[in-house]
Design a protein around this ligand. Structure first.
Ligand code: IVH
Length: 699
């Protein structure tokens, strides 16, 4: 899209604009300023390689806003400011696709692909066919229309013939170009197909937010993406960080006297061309092969790496590469004959719901958990599935002895999609919610504004136990060696009665417990001692204050020099803190006005825990847009601390080596990840010192 020379020129312009900052720019130069901003949007959202800091981008954006406000007649529909949503959508208009959005034929086995290839060869008369293979994105399909270089309309698939006009929401997707230079090659109108996705990381964060509000999670990123596209509040849609990939040019009209660009003669070239026009397309992942066998090999190899991708895919799509041949093969009413989906192993399975266990959470919430006959889903045996709350059971009309469809999307927790009512025999029984706490028999309560039943007793042993489990967990105080089994044993032995009791354990007595020798007790003691040094945001998260997760905890830790100062904050003052809304402020306020909690904090401080804040770098720090993975043993800090720095500075942590990775930080005795990264030239392999320099904390 941008040549090296062009990039340098735009970067030079960026510097000049950054100098204008304070004054008003020359309004005649407003379009070059927009070009500069579009260029940086592209670097950030499409390439994932920003060339300026976020703060610098924001300054230029504000400058553009200011300039456009001076003379609104200068605003163009593809101005970067025009992504901002205004008001709510009442209904989405129905629109007709220029070309019907067909679906794809599915295949599951190598033999299906062999059969399909044979038929395609017979039909076309070709001896061997060239195929292009790419991932099958598991999201919501969309169709975009560009007219005279401008994005004018975007629609859902709908029934394939008509969809819903969701242009306002699609404009929020920052990697989706509001304009593209199609006219340069004589194209007047163009319809492009693609898929909108929510990355696994954003999905997890989104579900986490739902959980913090006691709302049931969504089953998978696909539902999250399609739900977001239909939101009536486009500004809210914009906050959910959707992404889009484009994989098909479905229609174009040309200016008189021009011909279809030759780049569109093959599918693989079309993908590369789309990329150059500014669209994210699977150019890196796609491969072209002659004959079907290599296609099969690639599909199977790709399936093995499926979990390393930052987003979900549910298979591969095999397409005849030559567009002439595609046209020759044509389509049925349902799908093109020139393409087929190769579906990966299903991540759904069916099983029988046998019984329901009611678990007490650390805030007293009662969660019904379905015990199902063990079923293997995507290689993992599932026998327990959360049903979240009573409403979930009622809405899905789940009953004992029902056959249920269970999904386990990627690294997401298992989810009951539905019960298969048509398989009912009449023996099914209603699921009855308990009236008393299963742990302490206190009558349960259901606050009017909530979907969950709760045990209101703070002394409830199940809540105390859950609170301690959370406190010691990896994302909280990260006390190694103090796993669930040990916590349960110490709780049963009466040693763990509340959080501070963790710091007064009778170590000598422990040595006599089965499986806990002198050595492991010593290790445990060291781990517990070490946890006293954990930074304040970890301690805040560990306290399990309702609605306060990792992000809010970081905001709170940045806001106060000492945790106990929060007891003097009013609700209004709390709301001034990053990430704290009304509900969260209310919860924090109540926590710090409960004398038991204050006493607990004083005891913890007395035990030597850190209640003083440490100024964390701002959350929009310098690593934004960069992804990291650590391998081997770091010498100067714990891996978790290094990971925390990446997150605190806005970087992304990846779970595995893939082409999406920017930096592999290598410690001692690094293994297979290093080997794998060496094969991907775009990955920067750096040592711990270089990493520390990057994050401004040299050795
Ligand atoms: S090609 C005529 N390519 O899968 C072109 N579709 O199950 C048809 N999908 O409706 C689409 N990734 O929403 C194509 N790389 C890809 C795809 C892809 C995901 C979706 C698309 C389609 C559905 C069919």
């Amino acid at each position: 899209m941008y040549s090296h020379k062009h990039t340098q020129a735009l970067q030079e312009q960026t510097r000049l604009w950054l100098m204008v900052d304070k004054g008003f720019p020359d309004l005649k130069a407003i379009e070059p300023l927009r070009d500069v901003l579009r260029f940086h949007e592209y670097r950030y959202y499409v390439l994932n390689e920003p060339l300026i800091a976020d703060g610098e981008y924001d300054r230029l954006y504000k400058l553009l806003e200011k300039s456009e406000a001076l003379d609104p007649s200068l605003i163009t529909p593809n101005s970067p400011t025009q992504r901002v949503a205004k008001g709510l959508t009442s209904t989405f208009q129905t629109v007709q696709h220029l070309v019907p959005m067909l679906s794809l034929e599915n295949s599951y086995e190598a033999t299906d692909l062999l059969d399909w290839d044979r038929k395609a060869r017979e039909l076309s008369g070709e001896k061997t066919i060239e195929y292009c293979v790419e991932p099958k994105f598991d999201g919501a399909s969309i169709s975009l229309l560009y007219d005279q270089d401008l994005f004018v309309r975007g629609a859902t698939r709908g029934d394939g013939v008509e969809g819903e006009d969701i242009t306002v929401n699609l404009r929020q997707i920052r990697s989706l170009p509001l304009s593209a230079p199609f006219s340069q090659v004589g194209i007047r109108q163009m319809e492009i197909r693609g898929e909108v996705l929510m990355s696994k990381a954003h999905f997890r964060a989104y579900n986490q937010r739902l959980a913090e509000q006691n709302l049931p999670p969504l089953a998978n990123p696909r539902n999250a993406a399609s739900g977001t596209l239909r939101l009536k509040d486009a500004a809210e849609a914009g906050k959910r960080n959707l992404e889009a990939f484009f994989y098909h040019v479905s229609f174009l009209t040309l200016e008189p006297g021009t011909q279809t660009p030759s780049r569109l003669y093959t599918h693989a070239e079309s993908l590369a061309w789309l990329w150059e026009m500014g669209f994210r397309s699977p150019t890196q992942e796609k491969r072209v092969f002659l004959g079907i066998q290599a296609v099969i090999d690639y599909c199977l190899a790709f399936e093995a790496t499926r979990d390393e991708l930052p987003y979900e895919i549910d298979g591969m799509v095999v397409k005849v590469n030559s567009v002439t041949l595609q046209e020759k093969l044509g389509m049925t009413t349902h799908h093109p004959r020139w393409a087929i989906a190769f579906k990966f192993k299903a991540r759904q399975g069916t099983s029988i719901l046998r019984q329901v266990e009611f678990q007490v959470g650390r805030t007293g919430s009662i969660t019904p958990v379905a015990k199902i006959d063990p079923v293997s889903i995507g290689g993992v045996t599932v026998s327990s599935v959360s049903m979240h709350n009573e409403e979930f059971i009622c809405e899905k009309d789940l009953r004992l002895k029902d056959t249920v469809l269970v999904e386990r999307a990627g690294d997401v927790i298992p989810y009951i999609v539905k019960s298969l009512a048509e398989l009912r025999t009449g023996q099914e029984e209603a699921i009855l919610f308990p009236s008393h706490c299963p742990a302490c028999r206190t009558p349960l309560v259901k606050p009017a504004e909530e979907a969950v039943w709760r045990c209101p007793s703070p002394a409830c042993p199940a809540q105390v136990l859950e609170g301690i489990l959370h406190f010691a967990s990896k994302d909280a105080m990260d006390i190694r060696g103090l796993g669930e089994a040990n916590i349960r044993r110490f709780h049963e032995a009466g040693w763990l009665t509340d959080i501070p009791s963790l710091y007064a354990l009778p170590y000598p007595e422990m040595e006599s417990l089965e499986g806990l020798g002198v050595r492991s007790v010593q290790n445990l003691r060291e781990a517990i001692e070490k946890s006293k040094q954990q930074p304040l945001h970890r301690l805040i998260n560990a306290l399990g204050i309702r609605y306060v997760g990792e992000t809010t905890a970081k905001g709170l830790a940045r806001a106060v020099p000492h945790l106990l100062e929060l007891k003097d904050y009013s609700i209004e003052q709390l709301q001034q803190i990053e990430d704290v809304g009304t509900k969260v402020a209310d919860s924090i306020f109540r926590f710090f006005h409960d004398t038991n909690n204050l006493q607990m904090l004083e005891k913890l401080e007395h035990c030597g825990l850190q209640l003083h804040g440490q100024s964390l770098p701002p959350s929009d720090g310098s690593l934004r847009g960069k992804s990291f993975l650590f391998t081997g043993t770091l010498q100067k800090m714990k891996r978790s601390a290094a990971e925390a720095i990446v997150e605190a500075q806005g970087g992304q942590l990846l779970a595995g080596v893939s082409s999406k990775l920017n930096y592999l930080v290598v410690g001692e005795e690094a293994g297979s990840k290093l080997e794998k990264a060496r094969k991907i030239p775009s990955i920067h392999i750096i040592d711990e010192d270089t990493f520390l320099q990057m994050v401004g904390q040299p050795g």
